[in-house]
Design a binder for this molecule. Structure first.
Ligand SMILES: [Zn+2]
Length: 448
């Protein structure tokens, strides 16, 4: 097996030891969240994040630091008011969902139509909600893997269209999150060409509980939503790319990425400043090895992930001709907690190599998962193009307490957990880049 030898094992052990006590990732995410802060896709703040990234990657000595720009539609939020008018008048803590329409001046008022679940809304008759404001409850399930997010995102993504089709004038959802704090969770809505025509907002969990309790009393509620948002058609965004040039096979690319944009409410510390810090620090530690790896390690800091993976799509298009030389791709985009499992999507002929690779990080608390990984959002276009995927899974137990809220800030990051991520990435990526395993290989049937 190519990448296994006593000398290679010693090099990996030394790299793990170095990464485990490195503060580099912690310093990087501190710098990004402090000096740039929130960085919504397509805004001047995201452009400042690109400038920050170019300066940081250049300072760290990476090869060929560059920005690849693309244009995209840009949505921004303005002032928002959500309130119960009757029977118990009070303001609610809420945030507009990405893509939400503005309400007419002064807002919209209407009777609240309560749906316990998104499935109930989908099953509602085609009419009967005219002039009403729809509320969709549904709590998200907390899990280590984050699998409660899928069903919750279906609600966030499409409650607007189900409500709008039935004549509703606005839609309110319980925030997609697992916390019990008075912070709302924003996030993108699902649409292609036709933008949402009504306002769509998420209320915090305690405010959602309030609506649930009033609804349970059987009382008719009237609510008001006043939201101002805006669209700009031709915004500029971009991917920031840097490399550790391979010494023998520089055209063979081992890609590690994260996304540079964030939602605008917090400072994007766990989503995805931590991912940026993890992959940049891991690549820097590899660059500082006594000898560069055989293959090129390419760091891609994707733009505009949150609003529809515009950066990932632009990357896959711009690099279409060299995707067959992409050996494997991984993205860190699930917070800052420890990695506990390694999944993959590689050819059957490379499974033994992948299992052996996983064993080299077992001492960091990582177990081998299955070979059905889809990859984090920004590598999905690469996976669809046949690029093998490496997916180190972080513990997501607490991730959705903070995700897309004003509370996604630097103080939530544990430097030791962050360093464990760097150690896992550095060890795995170094071995892949320093070897010559073809992760697309399919097993060859043995002759009888
Ligand atoms: Zn993210």
């Amino acid at each position: 097996v190519l990448f296994r030898s006593a000398a290679a094992d010693d090099a990996v052990d030394a790299l793990i030891a170095e990464a485990s006590q490195s503060r580099l990732a912690y310093e990087i995410v501190e710098s990004l969240t402090t000096e740039v802060g929130p960085r919504l896709a397509g805004t001047e703040a995201e452009a400042r994040a690109r400038d920050w990234a170019v300066a940081e990657l250049t300072r760290l000595g990476f090869d060929d630091v560059r920005v690849e720009e693309y244009t995209m539609p840009v949505w921004e939020r303005g002032p928002l008011e959500v309130e119960i008018l009757s029977p118990y008048p009070q303001r609610l803590v809420a945030t507009a969902l990405g893509g939400s329409a503005s309400t007419p001046a002064g807002g919209v008022e209407g009777e609240l139509a309560y749906f316990a679940s998104f499935a109930d809304l989908q099953a509602a008759p085609a009419s009967g909600l005219e002039g009403k404001i729809v509320y969709v409850d549904d709590s998200m399930t907390r899990t280590q893997t984050g699998e409660g997010y899928g069903p919750a995102v279906a609600k966030r993504g499409s409650a607007w269209s189900e409500a709008q089709e039935r004549g509703a004038v606005a839609v309110i959802i319980r925030s997609v999150g697992t916390d019990s704090h008075r912070v709302p969770h924003t996030g993108g809505m699902r649409f292609t060409d036709t933008r949402p025509g009504i306002a769509a907002v998420a209320v915090s969990a305690p405010d959602a509980d309030q609506l649930r309790r009033i609804a349970a009393r059987g009382e008719t509620m009237r609510v008001r939503v006043a939201s101002t948002t805006s669209w700009r058609d031709e915004g500029v965004s971009g991917n920031v790319i840097a490399e550790v040039r391979g010494r023998e096979a520089p055209d063979e690319i081992v890609l590690i990425g994260a996304h540079l944009d964030s939602w605008d409410l917090g400072t994007g510390a766990i989503d995805d400043g931590s991912g940026v810090a993890i992959v940049v620090a891991a690549a820097k530690l590899i660059a500082d090895m006594p000898q560069p790896p055989r293959r090129t390690v390419r760091v891609v800091l994707f733009g505009a992930e949150e609003v529809g993976i515009f950066g990932a799509k632009a990357y896959a298009t711009a690099h279409e001709d060299e995707l067959s030389d992409h050996i494997i791709a991984a993205e860190s985009d699930f917070g800052a907690d420890r990695i506990w499992r390694l999944r993959s999507r590689v050819g059957s002929g490379a499974l033994d190599e992948m299992d052996a690779l996983a064993m080299t990080v077992a001492g960091l608390g990582v177990v081998r998962g299955g070979n059905g990984a889809g990859g984090a959002p920004d590598v999905t276009p690469l996976a669809e193009a046949g690029v093998p995927i490496l997916e180190p899974d972080q513990n997501g137990w607490d991730y959705f307490d903070l995700h897309h809220t004003p509370d996604d800030t630097f103080d939530k990051i544990d430097p030791e957990a962050l360093a464990q991520n760097v150690a896992v990435y550095a060890a795995l990526i170094y071995q892949i880049a320093n070897g010559d395993v073809d992760f697309r290989a399919e097993a060859v049937a043995e002759d009888e």
